[in-house]
Design a protein around this ligand. Sequence first.
Ligand code: ADP
Ligand code: ZN
Ligand code: ZN
Length: 788
Amino acid sequence: MPPPDPLPGTAYGLSVVSNRLPPGAPGATTAEHSSRAEAGGQLPDSSCISPSVLRVAIPTPLRRLFDYRPSQAPPPDGWQPGIRVRVPFGRRLVVGVVESCRHDSDLPLAKLKPVEEWLDASPLPADWLWLCRFTARYYQHSLGDTLHQAMPVLLRQGRPVAGRMREQWRVTDSGRGPGDERLKRAPRQAELLAMLRQHPHGLPTQAVVAQSFTREQLLALVEKGLLERQETPLTASPQPASGHLLAEPSLPLKREQAAALAAIHERLDHFHPCLLHGVTGSGKTEVYLQLIEAVVSRGRQALLLVPEIGLTPQTLARFRQRFQVPVVALHSGLTDNERLDAWEAAASGRAPIIIGTRSAIFTPLSRPGVIIVDEEHDGSFKQQEGLRYHARDLAVARAHHHGIPLVLGTATPSLESLHHARSGAYRHLRLTQRASRHAPARLELVDLRGRPRQGGLIPPVLEAIRGTLDAGHQVLVFINRRGFAPTLACHACGWLADCDHCDARMTLHRQPPVLACHHCDKRRPIPDACPACGSGDLRPLGSGTERTEETLAALFPQVPVHRIDRDSTRRRDAFEAILTEVKRGEPCLLVGTQMLAKGHHLPHVTLVVVVNADAGLYASDFRALEHSAQLLVQVAGRAGRSSHPGRVLVQTLHDDDPHLRLLAETGYDALAEQLLAERRAAGLPPFRFLALLRLESPREDAANALASNASAALREWLQARGLGVDCLGPVPAPMERRQNRYHLQLMLASDKRSQLHEACAQLTAWLEATPEARKARWSLDVDPQTLS
Ligand code: ADP
Ligand code: ZN
Ligand code: ZN
């Protein structure tokens, strides 16, 4: 079987697109020593002892490489692509990566600046370099910036990868002796010594500090001769536990789980993309666990990507409980040192299991065995600024490169992945049964029209809440708006609290009281009287989480109401504390945004209420409906996950909407089929490929002029080349004015990915070479997930 297209479309049909600037273009000589070069192109020479030119990728947005002269002393094994170097760039010294070693440059060799120093004796990991090159090419991003983004902070700063030492502290013979007089007046030091005595092999600094001791206390004990400080190479430990892989037995699989695992297991040595399409609670995680067990027992590594919201201590605990070997977690709470340790452990193969969010796709692996993407449809896998990559799509490309299985797990597949599964490019594995007794609850639509609302909820829904609480169960109320109310309105004149900087309303918050714009973060005090007419009759319009929480707390004073949104969980452990409390099972009300909707196992929730399902129904964004259906199913999946069946009430003003009815009556799969048919008819992804150029400027006329010139130049070029790429726009962005800047968009669409990429390369080259474009901000989004 030929390899299927790994990315939505044909990434592998993608030729190496050169970002070569036209000769003599104004952007071609920004730096004296610069060279026009193929960004992310092939490597002319893989290695050479004494090249006369090093072509270096520099952390700059410019899509090009820069030539330097090698310094006097080459690294021990000679110059090679993938070695970091410190080089002068403009007036600064920056850390770049050698991309190729050569004997030619577009500039006279005498004009090239020398490399200051080399930073690596051997190149950075080859699989990682491959992925960065692929990413830069695919997303049409500067290679230097891609490498920079993809490496741990300490490597960006020029620190060495390996050879770093771990500091350890060990009790000396005299420290083991009878109690020391000198510690009588230093009780913490005495405690520290007592603690370390229990670890005859010593403890690393990190472990000591984690128990609230300080470095000063450690050094004081060294001074007294009771402790000794040792340094061991970081790479020497910790060794993966040999022999036993599992710390607890795995569950006997249900029939469908076993069939899915067997299917993936069939081809562990090949690229083998699988869509694990299983209803919420069907035991996908158990399949991952047993697949990882199989892969690790063969001496290979497993990389698991989870959504931002999914990387909770509970998820990690589940993996750490199962395995005796180390499970490395890459999350935002790591220090720079820990991050580099994890990177090195993965690159050296010491870490058999790596779990992380989006950016963990850039973890080097020396013995890759499987890549798993949990909740593959989740929006957090797409980076929405700078390097706009999609970690799921890169996972496909990476698994293909390594020749290993790829598992995309979800209850609600993205239309892209579903399309590939239906066309046979991905193996379609289904789990239709929940591991627990009850099938996922159906959505019951509740008509909001003409009904009085309290905190956004109508009387029959409030009755259902009361009944559930009376039965001793928990209720989850989902509302995708934080704050007290979406805005503040004057009932005398109709004034609304608009943001001065955006085409948007300001959200009313009560805790603390303030008007805040969720688009630009501007804040202002809540006025006492209407700024337009002076009336005092200002009222909140609509409901957010705070208002629903307040209403429910007043209506159901006998049970606790927990609000979960970004505001209420700013403290890192606040969310965990609530979840722990909720898992105890006492009746309670949970009010929250999508933070609450995804992934959490809340066994005592039997009623889920969706305050308003209408946001995605009539949005202009073509993916809005897909995303909103996925979210609804996720939310609904929180209901009835253990011994009691669940119920899901969905409030809507459009209970006759055909899409919503299809979702409620037949389910996500039927809706997805329908949406695929509509996308095909409309010529939209996954049947066509898109790229979106976003342009912004503080001056409306400047933004307009630049966008029109760019599209005119591109259209002319497309016509001359005879490429099948449509250029649509420019049009104003859905929110035209944001942060006092004007936003415009230009859309490129094509049936052929390679042609789309050619057009994108042309467009970015034109923008880089055009002086007016430097006064505006622009960015290119290949496979945009939203059009906002
Ligand atoms: P998903 O990831 O598909 O949402 P989970 O893996 O979280 O589902 O499983 C849901 C629940 O079912 C968990 O409590 C899990 O321990 C349990 N479970 C999964 N597989 C089995 C099995 N084979 N036998 C018994 N319980 C299982
Ligand atoms: Zn007014
Ligand atoms: Zn604003």
